[in-house]
Design a protein. Structure first.
Length: 110
């Protein structure tokens, strides 16, 4: 139970850093990609580490979509560092749609 609480806190802190880094990237602050990645890595790590052992096909599909979204969040951070234009916005948008969709569709008890 205690580990679940720490994972939740780590995910929330990661989400806040992720959002702050994305907003600051739009202002072209040079450290924004690092702030974004400092949030994306723990956020994605928590989502990837959270497993589903059940047999419900819908929840398994939603978990796979959630994992793809988490990986795309990290890829968007890499794009912020490697590319000089706003290509990362497309990757972040796809990740955000996947994360939002799974957040609303996934049952609370899974």
């Amino acid at each position: 139970m205690r580990t679940k609480r720490w994972m939740s806190v780590l995910s929330m802190v990661g989400a806040v850093l992720l959002l702050l880094g994305a907003v600051l990237q739009m202002t072209r602050w040079e450290l924004a990609p690092y702030l974004y990645l400092a949030g994306a890595l723990p956020f994605a790590g928590v989502q990837l580490a959270d497993g589903y052992e059940g047999t419900d096909f819908v929840v398994r599909r939603l978990r796979r979509q959630q994992m793809v979204g988490a990986v795309l969040l990290v890829v968007a951070g890499g794009m912020m560092l490697a590319l000089r234009h706003n290509e990362w916005v497309a990757c972040l948008s796809i990740a955000a749609v996947l994360e939002l969709y799974t957040a609303f569709r996934m049952p609370a008890d899974s």
